[in-house]
Design a protein around this ligand. Structure first.
Ligand SMILES: C[S@@+](CC[C@H](N)C(=O)[O-])C[C@H]1O[C@@H](n2cnc3c(N)ncnc32)[C@H](O)[C@@H]1O
Length: 259
């Protein structure tokens, strides 16, 4: 189990926070697929295919497991990987309640106990994509994928990190609070608001360079925006207000193929 300090901290943090995510997990398992903090409808984004029969998928940092559930319900043989045993307990319960077969495995997404080339698809929605070192988890996704296999991830946009005050206060501001270059580790353990956890991000050029270096061809890159029509621009599900996210990209989606 984990040895790196950020992995140990994130395991502790997610075990402690898991209870707060049960209701959201239950909604996500029960409803049509919706992505990210703004709940963008799959029918609008079109990130998933219709048929995953015969596809072997691995979700890295699966949390309550609903993304694995969506894919398994479309025919994929899914393995959900998470470092938090408490999150996995919720995921296992919800999969059983929905009659969906997913294998859940407790492991660090930066070094997964699965064999080389075992997956056709690796996916992460705010899992490893946010809470693991990009260099390490993307290399691990590359190792798990067969040649030609694909990785899809959705996570926070680096502009959110750049506009996050150094003392960890929220919401994010409209100022450049920290450098774009060399972002990497974002340690929230001493944050003045909602302390705990270590996230990771990188400037967009660094993400592209990393994909190329590790051996991925970038098929698609998108910057996401919530729809118009929410009355209160100061409303926020997490650290980013709706008004901010209408003006600047708060989330991004990457889709790559293993060379
Ligand atoms: C935002 S949640 C998961 C997202 C999922 N879509 C959901 O909302 O349930 C982030 C998850 O990443 C997991 N995680 C953090 N670090 C990890 C690591 N090194 N390996 C595997 N999972 C990790 C946490 O335990 C947590 O369940």
């Amino acid at each position: 189990m984990p040895v790196d300090d950020h992995v140990a901290e994130n395991r502790r943090y997610w075990n402690a926070r898991a209870g707060d995510w049960v209701a959201a997990g239950e909604r996500a398992w029960a409803g049509e697929p919706r992505w990210g903090q703004w709940g963008l409808a799959e029918s609008e984004l079109g990130l998933l295919g219709a048929d995953y029969d015969g596809v072997r998928g691995v979700e890295l940092g699966c949390g309550t497991g609903y993304v694995s559930g969506w894919l398994a319900a479309r025919g994929a043989a899914m393995i959900g990987v998470d470092v938090s045993e408490t999150q996995l307990a919720t995921a296992r319960r919800l999969a059983a309640e929905h009659g969906v077969a997913v294998d859940f495995v407790q492991a660090d997404a930066e070094r997964v106990c699965l064999r080389d080339g075992c997956a056709d698809l690796v996916i992460s929605e705010y899992g490893a994509a946010l809470w693991c070192s990009p260099r390490r988890w993307l290399a691990e996704a590359h190792r798990l994928l067969r040649p030609g296999g694909e990785v899809l991830w959705l996570t926070s946009h680096p502009l959110v990190a750049v506009c996050s005050p150094l003392d960890g206060s929220i919401p994010v501001t409209e100022h450049l609070e920290r450098p774009w270059f060399g972002l990497d580790r974002l340690d929230w353990t001493d944050a003045v608001d909602e302390p705990g956890g270590v996230e990771f991000n990188a400037g967009l050029g660094d993400w592209f360079a990393l994909c190329h270096e590790i051996g991925f061809e970038v098929l698609d890159f998108r910057e996401l925006r919530p729809p118009a029509g929410v009355a209160d621009p100061d409303a926020r599900p997490f650290a980013v207000t709706y008004g901010w996210a209408r003006r600047f990209p708060s989330e991004m989606v990457w889709h790559c193929r293993r060379r």
